[in-house]
Every structure is written in structure tokens, then in C-alpha cells.
Design a protein. Structure first.
Length: 283
């Protein structure tokens, strides 16, 4: 109905156009207001408002208002399903929302375990453990799990930086990279041009590149030296996004724990070697 109203705008008289524009500016109010109130907001009179209804195929203003209200309801439901998905309804009780979210996360973790290539995660962890510097990059929601990984790496002594600047700064950072560096990105969609370009430039400088993603075969996945699929594909609605975030956190947690193990083993061996050398010197 609202699209029909937009299409009719060029053929309406100036006074009818003002009424139409008032409806289009605030459909929610127009679907619940009186003819007098709508006329006042449009700077005209109720008679003019009532003439608009037949132009759009309605018998009168009450039928027009009902059509506006019906479309408002459809748009609200459509927007909800587009953003949040169909698993949770707008009227869902809080206790049920909690159960749905918990179940969604549990299923995501079970599914991710079977989809994660552990050998690739181990390869990435070894590269990070042996790097002189580690640079991490993720935008918006993709940064959540990666920022925690950044903090955890620093806590175990890894020289790690989180990159949160724009393309120009990322390009400048790439100019400082060497073969002793590792660049880790997290990009759930796998389609981000800036992320793909960062991987490409970092690789050209000799750095080892790692991509955690939710879309096998995507540009980001293909650009990385070590491509780690999180086990849950990228989705279009929030509940799918929520599942993906659970798998992202699982992968990044596995990564930093493995890094900690490798570094602990290296440090133990270094301590042992130093002790043996010291013993020989004393002898």
C-alpha cells in the first residue's frame, strides 16, 4: 500500500501530495490517527484527506487507515525476521528466549567440533608461537573473539597488536612486516575487501597469514596461508550470527591455548638446555 502511495505522488494535486507525504513520513502514526489529526499535520482539511482514499482504491479513510496499519504490522514482522530470525518471536517469554539461545549455542558448538580442521589450527598456533610479532585484525562483531585472543596472547608473553585502523594505516603496517611476523584476521562472511587486501599485502611482505572465517571458498579464506573454517557458516539473521560467534570463540580459544602449550614446551626445553650448559660450565 505504501509503495502504491509513493508511485501515485507525481499525479496528485499539491494538497493531496501533502497528505500522502505526511503518511509516508510517519506510517506508524498515520495508521492509528484520526482523519482530523492527519489533516492538521498535513496543513489541510479532513475533506481533502478523505479524497485521497478513492485515488488509492479504498472506499474511505477508515479503510485506508486499516491498510496502513496492516502494512505497518507486516513490515514490523518482516524486519524482526530479517534481523533476528524466525526461531524467536517478538512475544517470546524471556525464559523461552534464554532456552533458545542456550540451545542455539550448544548446537553450534557441537556442529563446529565436527567442522573444524584441528590440523590447521595446530599449524596456525605453531606459527603464532614462533612469531616475533603477531598482528590481529577484525571489524565490528568480528573483533569480539579476536580481541579476547589478543588479550590472552599478551598475558602469555606473545608480542601481539590489535589493528583497528583504516585501510591506509593497515597498508602502512604491512610495510613493516617481515617473514618473522604473523597476521591473524577474523572475518565471518569472508567477503570483506579490506581484510582480503590486508592478507594479500602481508603475504607479499613474507608474513604468515591466518584467516578464521565462516565461509569456505570466500576471498578471505583463499587469500590466507592458513585458512581456518570455524565450523559454522555465516548466516543472514542474528540467531545464525550468534551461532557463528560461538564457533569463532571456540576456534580462537583453541588457538591461544595451543600457543600457550607450544610456548610452554619451548620454554621448558630452553630452561633444560640452559641448565645443562650451566652444569657443563661448572664441571
Amino acid at each position: 500500500m505504501l509503495q502504491t502511495l509513493r508511485d501515485a505522488l507525481p499525479d496528485l494535486t499539491p494538497t493531496l501530495r501533502r497528505v500522502a507525504e505526511e503518511i509516508l513520513a510517519d506510517p506508524l502514526a498515520a495508521g492509528s490517527t484520526s482523519i482530523t489529526a492527519l489533516a492538521r499535520r498535513a496543513g489541510t482539511n479532513p475533506t481533502t484527506v478523505s479524497r485521497l482514499a478513492p485515488r488509492l482504491g479504498y472506499s474511505g479513510f477508515p479503510e485506508l487507515r486499516s491498510a496502513i496499519a496492516l502494512e505497518n504490522g507486516r513490515n514490523a514482522q518482516s524486519g524482526w525476521e530479517r534481523d533476528i530470525g524466525g526461531e524467536i518471536s517478538p512475544e517470546e517469554p524471556a525464559v523461552d528466549v534464554l532456552d533458545i539461545l542456550a540451545g542455539t549455542a550448544a548446537r553450534a558448538l557441537r556442529d563446529a567440533v565436527s567442522g573444524i580442521d584441528v590440523a590447521r589450527v595446530e599449524q596456525a598456533a605453531r606459527a603464532i608461537a614462533g612469531a616475533e610479532r603477531v598482528h590481529l585484525y577484525g571489524e565490528w562483531g568480528d573483533s569480539v573473539a579476536l580481541r579476547e585472543m589478543h588479550m590472552r596472547l599478551q598475558r602469555i608473553g606473545v608480542a601481539a597488536w590489535f589493528l583497528d585502523a583504516g585501510p591506509v594505516t593497515l597498508h602502512a603496517v604491512c610495510n613493516t612486516l617481515t617473514a618473522q611476523d604473523v597476521v591473524v584476521v577474523l572475518n565471518r562472511s569472508g567477503e570483506d575487501d579490506v581484510t582480503a587486501r590486508l592478507l594479500r599485502e602481508a603475504s607479499a611482505r613474507g608474513a604468515t597469514t591466518v584467516a578464521v572465517h565462516g565461509m569456505p571458498g570466500s576471498p578471505v579464506a583463499d587469500e590466507a596461508d592458513i585458512s581456518v573454517y570455524s565450523g559454522i557458516r555465516n548466516g543472514e539473521v542474528w540467531t545464525s550470527y550468534y551461532s557463528g560467534r560461538a564457533s569463532d570463540t571456540l576456534v580462537t580459544s583453541l588457538l591461544w591455548v595451543l600457543v600457550a602449550q607450544y610456548r610452554s614446551a619451548d620454554n621448558s626445553m630452553r630452561y633444560f638446555d640452559d641448565g645443562m650448559l650451566g652444569g657443563r660450565r661448572r664441571g
